[in-house]
Design a protein around this ligand. Structure first.
Ligand code: FES
Length: 129
């Protein structure tokens, strides 16, 4: 895909986010924020037999932060929890598909960092943002 198509895909996820909304029977609800701008997302995770059976999110923020949360929820459903504890940041960056400047890196990694906090209780995971 060209970078224009990636940009369009980001805007599409931003305008029509996948898996958006609260999950009533979530096993884990984890809020994460970007202190630089005050943007916030909450991830809702439903676990089933060692796997993630559903993932939704709510939030407000810039296109990159909300699109990456939308993409992340698509990417992680059905995966083993053990694997998701170390879900690579790079997978989200690859999915976004556009160069992310250092200033926007916190936007792009907000959702995946929140996932790690949700599954590791605030510790562990790779801290590569
Ligand atoms: Fe706030 Fe991107 S500007 S998360």
């Amino acid at each position: 895909m060209t970078s224009d198509l990636y940009r369009e895909q980001i805007l599409d996820h931003y305008k029509n986010p996948h898996n958006f909304g609260e999950l009533d029977d979530a096993d884990v609800a984890q809020e994460g924020d970007n202190p630089l701008c005050g943007d916030v997302i909450t991830l809702y995770l439903k676990l089933d037999d060692g796997k993630l059976s559903r993932a939704t999110f709510r939030g407000r923020g810039c296109a990159i932060s909300q699109a990456s949360a939308s993409m992340l929820t698509d990417m992680i459903v059905g995966k083993p929890i053990d694997e998701l504890r170390h879900f690579p940041t790079q997978a989200v960056l690859d999915e976004l598909g556009v160069p992310i400047s250092p200033a926007r890196m916190k936007c792009a990694t907000l959702a995946v960092n929140t996932l790690r906090v949700a599954l590791n209780g605030g510790a562990g995971g790779d801290d590569d943002d």
